[in-house]
Design a binder for this molecule. Structure first.
Ligand code: I3P
Length: 234
């Protein structure tokens, strides 16, 4: 929020709060401007080709919960060794999710959506091709498709310019972050949210967020994803 280039693109940060020995941050409620739940819709789009921190590459501990989640998505995915272990690393799971969805190819994926009336949908794990994505976006926008998609295109283009000018983005990898899209019967908007896995990179590195990731270059594919989101949705 301190980066002037990103002004208005993120929720406002208010303060840090201690509660029961845990630390929380109080931030702007983006939904407050969209109070009508019967006409309001929300979509979370995870941006970037890489959804895990580079530290996961060296983490060899294997998790049974992630094996189970992987098999639920595709029973044919595990290798013989993984079947015997019934466990996989987080890196393996996260890269599987990237390939299975549009993250690896397009640099973004639809994570979840709430439709007017409040129905929550989280079944987007296999939405992979540009055609699938476009179809899902059209369904999400419903009868607001004409007007809202023009407004959103404009907003995403402004967001891209903000990021290209941002000092924060030059010096931080922004991993697992999302763009939150909200619309109601009158208006629509998009904001950048979830910076839990945003990290400053070493001083000798300047990121461009479009280059392909290799271990050590810290690239996240954020702008590659935003380029494609703008392209696919128009
Ligand atoms: C989860 C998702 C989360 C990730 C979580 C994954 O997969 O990628 O973003 O948390 O890791 O299990 P899915 O969407 O398929 O449920 P982080 O972003 O914090 O890494 P976790 O199981 O280690 O919490």
């Amino acid at each position: 929020m301190k980066d002037p280039s990103l002004k208005g693109m993120t929720p406002k940060y208010y303060k840090e709060i201690e509660h029961k020995n845990e630390s929380f941050i109080e931030i702007q409620d983006l939904l407050a401007d969209f109070p009508n739940t019967s006409t309001r819709a929300i979509m979370d789009i995870k941006i970037g080709t890489r959804t895990f921190l580079e530290s996961e590459v060296a983490n060899s501990s294997k998790r049974k919960d992630l094996y189970k989640k992987m098999v639920d998505i595709d029973p044919n995915e595990p290798t013989e060794e993984e079947k015997a272990d019934e466990a996989i690393t987080k890196l393996r799971y996260m890269q599987f999710r990237e390939r299975e969805s549009s993250s690896a190819s397009l640099g973004f994926r639809i994570e979840a959506a709430q439709l007017p009336g409040g129905k929550l949908q989280k079944s987007f794990k296999k939405v992979k091709t540009a055609e699938n994505v476009l179809q899902t976006l059209k369904e999400f926008l419903g009868d607001r498709v004409e007007k809202a998609s023009k407004e959103l295109e404009q907003r995403l283009r402004e967001m891209r310019t903000s990021i290209e000018n941002s000092d924060f983005f030059k010096s931080h990898e922004v991993v697992g972050s999302s763009i939150l899209i909200i619309y109601d019967e009158e208006k629509s908007g998009a904001w950048m949210i979830d910076f839990a896995k945003s990290k400053q990179v070493p001083e000798n590195i300047q990121l461009n967020h479009r280059r392909e990731w290799e271990v050590g270059n810290h690239e996240d594919g954020y702008l590659h994803g935003l380029d494609n989101l703008i392209e696919v949705s128009n």
